[in-house]
Design a protein around this ligand. Structure first.
Ligand code: NAP
Length: 281
């Protein structure tokens, strides 16, 4: 098995994955290198062939290939199948197997770092893209009672809501509501939520809305936990507003590290050195 693992996506820019994955490899003295493999859509089939040909241990997969990679690999585990996206490939016994560690990466910091119990909770999820999909799966499987999907484009929220029926262990136990970001009903959902998650791109560095927040300080209740999946910058305007409102907050870096840690464990069947990985970011 050749000593390479890579991140497949396009464009990749300055990804943090090589940083925290490499420290984990070095921690165990593993003779592997984690690389960036920027790949436009047209190059995806040949990259997958190269992984097979050279026997690379595996890869992480990010935007825009998490769905398109699925027909190119040999097996897909049940969680990835249900979510409909693969972010990790393991090359084992000459088979490429696809996994999804995003949902795990999303949930683990909530449980470990904030002690938030999703069971029976009322949760407002802002966004309906790829990150929201993994969050939705994780939340419904963890027993959330009422999940409100709020998105700029209603049709995308509708798509996620219809997909979420597949995510539910027991559809009778959870309610899923939909709202647009401009709907006046949003305010009451914001003030009554136990947990609010930003899974939109608002607040992202190098975007046109890096200083913006979907919610103001006044809207946020001090009893709410606010989780921003945006990890660059670490402290977004939404998190600053939430802190000013007296609410608890959780930033996006731990999700990034935990999803990567789970990938590491799938590749090496060793416990990922979480503290070392977190410290590297
Ligand atoms: P995506 O699939 O492209 O989805 C983007 C979402 O943002 C959609 O819901 C979109 O709404 C919304 N949006 C975009 N521009 C907007 C605007 N101007 N106003 C309101 N809503 C807007 O992206 P993604 O992969 O889900 O990523 C979303 C965010 O999560 C990014 O900031 C990403 O960095 C972060 N993320 C973090 C982690 C982590 O490990 N912490 C992992 C994955 C993603 P429409 O449907 O209306 O277009």
């Amino acid at each position: 098995m050749s000593g390479l693992i890579g991140l497949i996506g396009y464009p990749l820019g300055h990804s943090l994955s090589p940083v925290f994955q490499q420290v984990a490899l070095d921690y165990y003295g593993l003779k592997f290198k984690y690389e960036l493999w920027p790949t436009p859509s047209s190059g995806l089939p040949s990259l997958v062939s190269k992984i097979r040909e050279f026997g690379y241990l595996g890869a992480n997969v990010t935007i825009p290939h998490k769905i398109d990679i699925m027909p190119l690999i040999d097996e897909i585990d049940d969680v990835a199948k249900t979510i409909g996206a693969v972010n990790t490939i393991v090359n084992k016994d000459e088979k490429l197997v696809g996994y999804n560690t995003d949902a795990f990466g999303f949930l683990k910091p909530l449980l470990e770092l904030t002690n938030f119990d999703p069971d029976g909770a009322r949760v407002l999820l802002l966004g309906a893209g790829g990150a929201a999909r993994s969050a939705c799966y994780a939340l419904l499987n963890a027993g959330v009672r009422h999940l409100i999907l709020a998105n700029r484009t209603l049709s995308n929220a509708e798509k996620l809501a219809s997909q979420s029926q597949r995510f539910l262990k027991d559809p009778k136990n959870a309610k899923v509501s939909l709202v647009t970001l401009s709907d006046t009903k949003l305010n009451s959902y914001v003030s009554s939520a136990d947990l609010i998650i930003n899974a939109t791109s608002i607040g992202m560095r190098h975007s046109n809305f890096d200083q913006e927040s979907l919610l103001t300080t006044k809207q946020i209740s001090q009893d709410t936990l606010v989780y921003d999946l945006v990890y660059n910058p670490r402290e977004t305007q939404l998190l600053r507003n939430a802190k000013e409102a007296g609410a608890r907050t959780l930033e996006g870096i731990p999700m990034l590290v935990y999803q990567g840690a789970k990938s590491f464990e799938l590749w090496f069947e060793k416990k990922a050195p979480i503290d070392v990985m977190m410290h590297a970011c």
